[in-house]
Design a protein around this ligand. Structure first.
Ligand code: KG4
Ligand code: ZN
Length: 335
């Protein structure tokens, strides 16, 4: 079965053709980073307009790359929740139109569940239940997953998402947008023990997260460094790398510790991760080490499947199709 997936929930316009929920025949991703960089974050109106301008070309490219003509597609899948409403509407409208014109099923997908499914695209040995962490620019949420399609939320961020913290700290340090990749890179040259930033664990056994205090701590620390170095006018590159590494370690400590806590509480058979921050090299390394200690496998999708993409959407849609979970054409986009 061939499914065309569409993803426009935030600032990537993506389309992909996936066979039987597994084989990625094409995956086209157009990043809008260059459009939003100047503003230090995603501007919803710009995102929506850019999706509108590129969606048809991206779908055409996905079909061309897969060497599959449109009339051979068996179903259309699209993310309809959660995301920026203007952005979601572009993908949802394109998907509904194609479904209607081609008279094929329309399958609406939850963006967070699709991030978790990215693991299934690459691994066949996942055993349920799992603890699944979605950690991205808009979300930080732990699920208990009973299958590829059933996910029960256990805890989420009460303020900033982890990716949002990476982006805001990057802005504070003058490193640009998006912040995750550049902090990841700089942190490799820094000392993660240089600055003891706070870790918010919240109440005992809480599976919720909080990152806004950490972001503020970085801001005050950086401003303090700036004052100290006012004679030389700049904070040294090594200082910036040390701050980046220390901040990243604080985020990773909390994510890893909460995954371990949840895995023990629910006695799961594996851990799945997804979302842009799951591309973080330090997080991936620390999770690999924890996997041995927990004696269960920890999965991290390859980097290109961590950030937003339509292959994960088309993949999950196949499982939903098999379960008879087809959507009606009056289904709405939900921010
Ligand atoms: O999943 P995603 O592409 O979009 C959302 O659904 O939000 O995630 C984007 C987020 C951004 O905040 C970006 O800074 C972060 O993922 N990110 C990273 C890395 N690569 C992307 N954060 C930490 N380390 C990375 N290597
Ligand atoms: Zn995402």
């Amino acid at each position: 079965m061939l499914i065309l997936g569409i993803e426009t929930s935030c600032d990537e316009t993506s389309a992909a053709v996936v066979r039987n929920g597994k084989e990625i025949l094409s995956s086209i991703i157009l990043s809008q980073d260059a459009l939003h960089r100047h503003f230090g974050g995603v501007v919803p109106e710009i995102a929506c307009r850019a999706h509108l301008e590129s969606i048809i070309g991206i779908i055409d490219n996905a079909l061309l790359d897969a060497k599959i003509p449109l009339d051979e597609i068996d179903a259309i899948a699209v993310v309809n929740r959660p995301g920026l409403i203007g952005s979601l509407l572009i993908g949802v409208t394109a998907a509904k139109t194609l479904s209607m014109v081609l008279d094929i099923p329309f399958i609406a997908i939850d963006h967070l569940h699709a991030h978790i499914y990215a693991n299934n695209l690459e691994s066949d040995d996942i055993r349920y239940p799992t603890i699944s962490l979605v950690v991205s620019g808009g979300h930080t949420i732990l699920f208990l997953s009973e299958s590829e399609t059933k996910h029960i939320p256990l805890g989420w961020t009460i303020d900033d998402a982890a990716g949002e913290a990476f982006d805001k700290v990057s802005k504070i340090l003058g490193l640009g947008y998006p912040g995750g990749p550049v902090i990841d890179r700089l942190a490799r040259q820094g000392n993660h023990r240089a600055v003891k930033f706070p870790r918010a664990y919240l109440e005992k056994d809480s599976l919720d997260f909080s990152f806004s205090g950490l972001k503020t701590a970085v801001l005050y620390y950086y401003q303090g460094q700036d004052l100290k170095s006012s004679k030389s006018k700049t904070v040294s590159n090594q200082d910036v790398s040390d701050i980046a590494a220390s901040f990243q370690e604080a985020v990773v400590d909390v994510l890893v510790d909460k995954i371990v806590l949840a895995s023990r509480m629910y006695n799961v058979r594996g851990v799945l991760t997804g979302g842009g921050v799951a591309a973080n090299s330090r997080l991936r390394q620390r999770l690999k080490d924890k996997s041995k200690e927990l004696s269960i496998p920890v999965y991290c999708p390859s980097v290109r499947l961590c950030t937003d993409n339509a292959a994960m959407v088309a993949g999950l849609a196949y499982k939903k199709y098999l379960e008879g979970d087809i959507s009606c054409l009056d289904l709405e986009a939900i921010p």
